[in-house]
Design a protein around this ligand. Structure first.
Ligand code: NAD
Length: 319
């Protein structure tokens, strides 16, 4: 029997954005023949981080962006080196491969990166704008705010899958959609649930302990999302909520975790951003659209963010 839906690869989705980046870089090169420079800071031996760095380098260079990896054996040197890079005129974007210390000190380090060079969109100002549904950095609405790259990648995937409906008013493109996000980390899951709810969706945010509902209220009455606690996590709750959902997004960092295929309603969209496969292959018999990995879109968003930072800087210089 043929499969009812389709599997969509991150590379196809990323291509839309990498094409756009290539043409912007070509314009930029008229003034800056060497192209922009992205600097990555790596101070761990994590193979996943190493792989991410390799992919960022490959993608950057293939699009005409220079990439420089600065490696540190001594984690203690990182802070000063980031401050130096903040002040280097030739550096356009900075990213850090986490974990560095693997504790709250990493959040401190993250905030050391100047917000003008923060390609990952992790600066506190950007998070606050995201949570408050504020889309510009200035009152004149000339400088667009930056979004954290993994949640942004999921939004762009949902646009590509046509879950976002552009016939609806701007800012309400997910009105009528129910989404589930299984992960509530501060880096991905919580900002993602907020973004989707800010765009009008009902979002069930699941973590290992409990379940929350993010919405803009009945008939989208609020200007930004509100959060309601739905109590402790149970399999039964997970099952009944999942069966309501148009979209199921997983990000559980575990090899053994598999989202139960029988909880997916016929024709739902399934997206996995975890580095582990959180869906069994049989999900292809249930899902309409299935995106098994998202990393390439995240890298495209990182580079897109960098171009946006450059644009913002140029606009500021013109004033
Ligand atoms: P994390 O450990 O900070 O958070 C994991 C979240 O999953 C927590 O909210 C936790 O409560 C929840 N969780 C764990 N087990 C669960 C279970 N059985 N049921 C329900 N919820 C459960 O991890 P993170 O930094 O958010 O990363 C998660 C995964 O996403 C990792 O595999 C990471 O490599 C990957 N990741 C991918 C990208 C990308 O671009 N594709 C970017 C960042 C992270």
């Amino acid at each position: 029997l043929s499969k009812p839906g389709r599997t969509i690869l991150a590379s196809s989705i990323a291509k839309v954005y990498t094409d756009e980046i290539v043409s912007k870089i070509a314009d930029l090169k008229e003034e800056r023949p060497n192209g922009p420079l992205l600097v990555g800071f790596l101070a761990n031996n994590d193979p996943a981080a190493e792989m991410y760095a390799t992919w960022t380098q490959k993608t950057s260079e293939s699009l005409g962006i220079r990439y420089e990896l600065r490696r540190f054996e001594d984690k203690d040197l990182l802070e000063e080196s980031i401050i130096e890079a903040n002040n280097e005129d030739s550096v356009d974007g900075i990213m850090i491969y986490f974990p560095v210390f693997g504790n709250a000190q990493d959040q401190y380090l993250q905030q050391i990166v100047s917000k003008e060079k923060d390609v990952e969109g992790l600066n506190h100002v950007y998070y606050q704008n995201l949570y408050h549904n504020v889309r510009y950095l200035d009152d004149a609405k000339q400088l667009k705010s930056i979004l954290p790259c993994t949640p942004l990648a999921i939004v762009k995937i949902l646009e590509y899958l046509k879950i976002y409906n552009s016939l609806l008013p701007y800012g309400n493109h997910l009105y009528g959609k129910k989404c589930m996000v299984i992960n509530r980390s501060e880096i991905v899951g919580r900002p993602l649930a907020a973004l989707l709810a800010n765009d009008g969706a009902i979002v069930y945010s699941i973590d290992i302990n409990n379940i929350q509902k993010f919405t803009r209220g009945e008939s989208i009455q609020y200007s930004r999302h509100h959060v309601e606690d739905l109590g402790d996590f149970t399999q039964n709750k997970l099952k009944s909520l999942a069966q309501e959902c148009d979209v199921i997004i997983t990000g559980v960092p575990s090899e053994s975790y598999k989202f139960p295929t029988e909880y997916v309603r016929d024709g739902a969209c399934c997206i996995n951003f975890s580095s582990f496969k959180n869906f069994n292959d049989e999900v292809k018999n249930k899902a309409s659209l299935y995106v098994p990995m998202t990393g390439k879109v995240t890298i495209a968003m990182l580079l897109r963010n960098m171009l946006r930072l450059i644009e913002n800087r140029e606009k500021l210089n013109q004033e």
